[in-house]
Design a protein around this ligand. Sequence first.
Ligand SMILES: [Zn+2]
Length: 289
Amino acid sequence: MPDTIQRFLFEHAPVRGEIVHLDATWRAVRVRHEYPPPVTALLGEMMAAAALLTATLKFGGTLIMQIQGRGPVKLLVVECTSDHHMRATAKWSQLPAESGLAALVGDGKFAITLEPGQGRPGYQGVVALEGATIAEALEQYMLRSEQIETRLWLATDDDCAAGLLLQRLPDSHGVDVDAWQPANLLADSLKPQELIKCGAPELLRRLYTAEDIRLFKPRPVEFRCTCSRERVTSMLLMLGRNEVESIVAERGEVEVSCEFCNQRYTFDAAEAAAIFALQAASAAGATRH
Ligand SMILES: [Zn+2]
């Protein structure tokens, strides 16, 4: 199935939704890091959730969804741009025998950051992590932080991360204001494999035969990492000359691996020195000017 996100609208009820399927995008994340299976499951669900949430927002830039915990899994991060370019990563120490959000993450925080880019100010919402699943955690976040009733159904396997989102619109958006509960109950009957295997038109046919639904055009989603040698260079500049020189003295070079895509960037002694020489030269230039 192609990687897509697709919006739909109940024509006569204040309910809207999104359906996402991530195949190649999901596999691109999995081949770059070997995650333990319980972490993989959480990360896949979180990718589907981040894509769904991004699709409901009107903004240009990057949405960053983060779960920070005190359990064996310290950090789960998924980024999705408004053009639906995605990347994801996780950090963990040792894993417990059980899986699931509570066992893996423990006490934690759920944060969503919107970065508009181009130096414009961002926005961050943080709530305590609540709920037994990624879907419940995001539902709680939306209710607490945005006061929007949202429900999510997420499913992953080795090849696919998929999800369905329903959002309750203000009553003025439709005559059938009682449609929210029945729409949720029908979606609750969905099996994970149906969510993974069925495209959006088929899924909506199965769930809402009696409803008049408007399905919008699918939009593509793809894996793309924003790391670059330039960004690593700025990071080394921030780290400072002394620190970088001591790493070079110890190891002969500086190596930085992107935590999202695993791309390695290496700087030998001459290249590392050149970064700081260039910085010194441009600072001297700026002073003369
Ligand atoms: Zn990268």
